[in-house]
Write a protein that binds this ligand. Structure first.
Ligand code: ADP
Ligand code: GLC
Length: 488
C-alpha cells in the first residue's frame, strides 16, 4: 500500500510529546512490512538534520488566502528506515525552534501554519506525481486534510485516497476564527455544525472527525471514554455519530530505540537476566540531580509535559506528605506551565537531596530517569495512551499511575495474589490517593523485594512493540480504502 503520513512532529527529528514517537515508529514499522511509506513535516529550525538531505530546485506552490506561496522541499530518510521524508521549508511559519507556540510571535498564526502544512502536504502529492492509497493525519494540526479531500479535492486524483485521522489527544482541537476558512480556501459551506463549526468558531479537529474515512484513537479504553460527556471535551456527540468508524488501538513503542540492553544514552546497560547496570544508572541519576546516592532508597521518577492533563500538580501537592511518610526520593524532568515549573523548582530547593528537579527537555536525562528510577509516576487526569509508562516498564521501572485511558490498557495492577502485575494503579485524581499509592510502592520496595522484582520482570518481559498495533493499522487502512472506493 502507498501510505502518506502528515504530521506536525516526528521523532527523532523533532518532538514535543508522544505523537512524534508514534509517527516515527509506526512509519518505520509499516515500511519494514513492505509498504511504501512517505512522510511530510514542516522544517522547523529546531529540526535535527540527521543523515543526507536533498533540496529540490523547483518550489512547491501553495495557494492560500490571496497569495501564491512558494515553499522549498527537502527530502531525506527517516533515520534507520526506508521512509521517504519531505520537509517544508517556509520560514515565515516554521523558522522557529518550537512546534506549536513561540513567545515572540505568539501562537496566533497557528491556524495559518497548520493550514499551510495540510494544503502543502496534499499539493506535494501532485507535485511528486504520487497518489497514496491512504493519508494518515494526526490530531488537530493536520485534521483539515480529510476536509480538503472531501471539499476541494474530491474530484481530483487525491479524492480517491482514504483518510485516517488519529486522535492522540482530544483536549487540543484547534479553535480559530472564521477567517481561517477563507485563508484555507475552503468553501464557505464547510462552516456548519456538522462539519467545521463549533460554538461560533472553526474547530479543525471536529472537521477532521466528520470527514475522515476512519478515525482511530490510541487505546481502546480512551475510545470508550471519549464517547462520554465527561471526557468528550465537547465532541462526544460527533464522536458518537461516527462511533462505527472509530477504532481504539494501543500504541506500540520503538523497541530498537527504547532498549535497556543497548541504550547509548544510559551510563550502563542491563537486561532481564543481568540488572546490575540498573543500579549504576540509579547512582548516576542520583548524582546528576543532586540526590543522596543510596541504593536502598526507593527512587520515584517523572518525565512529563507539565500540564493539567498529566496531574503533576497533584504530585506537587503531595510531595511534603510523601517526604514524611516514606524515605523515598523524587527525580523529575519536565517543562510546561510556568507556575508548575516554579512549584517544582521550589520543592527541589525545599527538599534538597530528596527531590531533584530539572526543568527543560532532555532526551538524555529522560532515558536516565527511565533506567535509573525504581518507580515511574504518572498521575494523569486523562491519558489517551501514554508511552512513558511503557518505556518505564521496559526499563524495569514499574509505574505508579492513575487508572485512566491507556494506563488501564497497558498496566496490570498490583494486588493480593496477582502474579502478573506490572505496576500500581490508583483511582482518584487527588493528592491523597496518589500519595498513598506512592507510600504503598515504597513499602513494597522495602519490605517485599521479591514481589517488587516480579513486578519489574513482568514489565520487562511484556511485548510493547509495534508488531501487533501496526498489523491492526494495516487492516484499518485496507478497510478505509474499501470504504473510500464505495464513496467515490
Ligand atoms: P504525551 O504525548 O501526552 O506527552 P506520552 O507518554 O505519550 O505523553 O509521551 C511523552 C513522550 O515525551 C515520552 O517519550 C517522554 O519521555 C517524552 N518527554 C516528555 N517530557 C519530556 C522532557 N521534558 N524531556 C524529554 N522527554 C520528554
Ligand atoms: C498524546 C497523549 C498520549 C499519547 C500520545 C501518543 O500526546 O497525551 O497519551 O501516548 O499522544 O499517541
Amino acid at each position: 500500500m502507498k501510505i502518506f503520513m502528515i504530521a506536525s512532529e516526528v521523532a527523532p527529528l523533532i518532538k514535543v510529546g508522544g505523537l512524534a514517537d508514534v509517527v516515527g515508529a509506526l512509519s518505520k514499522e509499516l515500511a519494514g512490512m513492505g509498504h511504501e511509506v512517505r512522510l511530510v513535516c514542516p522544517l522547523y529550525s529546531g529540526i535535527k538534520k540527521i543523515g543526507k538531505w536533498i533540496p529540490y530546485n523547483i518550489p512547491l506552490t501553495v495557494n492560500l488566502g490571496r497569495e501564491n506561496l512558494q515553499c522549498r522541499i527537502w527530502e531525506s530518510r527517516l533515520p534507520g528506515s526506508e521512509v521517504e521524508t519531505y520537509f517544508l521549508e517556509f520560514n515565515e511559519f516554521y523558522d522557529r525552534p518550537d512546534v506549536y507556540g513561540n513567545s515572540s510571535r505568539g501562537p496566533q498564526d497557528n491556524d495559518r501554519r497548520f493550514i499551510f502544512l495540510s494544503r502543502a502536504a496534499l499539493n506535494l502529492c501532485y507535485y511528486l506525481g504520487w497518489i497514496p492509497d491512504v493519508i494518515h493525519c494526526h490530531d488537530w494540526p493536520t485534521a483539515l486534510v480529510p476536509v480538503y479531500l472531501n471539499a476541494n479535492d474530491f474530484y481530483e486524483p487525491l479524492g480517491k485516497a482514504a483518510s485516517i485521522l488519529t486522535i492522540h489527544n482530544l483536549q487540543h482541537q484547534g479553535h480559530f476564527p472564521y477567517s481561517s476558512i477563507e485563508y484555507a480556501q475552503l468553501p464557505a459551506s464547510v462552516y456548519r455544525p456538522d462539519c467545521l463549526e463549533a460554538m461560533g468558531h472553526v474547530n479543525f479537529l471536529k472537521g477532521g472527525i466528520y470527514n475522515a474515512t476512519k478515525i482511530t484513537t490510541v487505546s481502546p479504553e480512551y475510545a470508550r471514554e471519549i464517547l462520554k460527556p465527561d471526557n468528550g471535551h465537547g465532541l462526544h456527540h460527533i464522536l458518537k455519530l461516527r462511533a462505527g468508524d472509530l477504532i481504539g488501538e494501543i500504541n506500540g513503542i520503538d523497541t530498537s530505540v527504547w532498549n535497556p540492553q543497548s541504550d547509548p544514552l544510559l551510563p550502563a546497560t542491563y537486561s532481564i537476566s543481568n540488572r546490575k547496570g540498573k543500579g549504576l544508572c540509579k547512582a548516576e541519576l542520583q548524582k546528576e540531580l543532586g540526590l543522596e546516592i543510596k541504593a536502598e532508597i526507593p527512587l520515584f521518577g517523572v518525565v512529563s509535559r507539565l500540564y493539567q492533563q498529566k496531574g503533576l500538580d497533584l504530585l506537587a501537592e503531595a510531595v511534603a506528605a510523601i517526604m514524611e511518610t516514606t524515605d523515598g526520593q523524587i527525580a523529575l524532568l519536565g517543562t510546561g506551565e510556568k507556575e508548575l515549573e516554579e512549584r517544582f523548582k521550589q520543592l527541589g530547593e525545599r527538599f534538597k537531596g530528596r527531590v531533584g528537579v530539572q526543568i527543560g527537555f532532555s532526551d538524555q536525562l529522560a532515558h536516565l530517569i527511565y533506567g535509573g528510577s525504581d518507580f515511574f509516576v504518572m498521575p494523569s487526569r486523562f491519558e489517551p495512551c501514554g508511552l512513558s509508562q511503557m518505556y518505564a516498564m521496559r526499563y524495569g521501572t514499574p509505574p505508579v499511575a492513575r487508572s485512566t485511558g491507556g494506563l488501564i490498557d497497558t498496566i496490570d495492577p498490583y494486588g493480593k495474589g496477582k502474579r502478573d502485575a506490572t505496576g500500581l494503579l490508583f483511582a482518584d485524581a487527588t493528592p491523597e490517593d496518589l500519595g498513598s499509592a506512592i507510600e504503598r510502592a515504597a513499602i513494597l520496595y522495602r519490605d517485599q523485594p521479591k514481589e517488587y522484582r516480579r513486578l519489574q520482570l513482568n514489565g520487562m518481559r511484556k511485548d510493547f512493540s509495534w508488531k501487533n498495533p501496526s498489523a491492526t493499522y494495516e487492516n484499518i487502512y485496507r478497510w478505509a480504502v474499501e470504504t473510500r472506493k464505495q464513496a467515490g
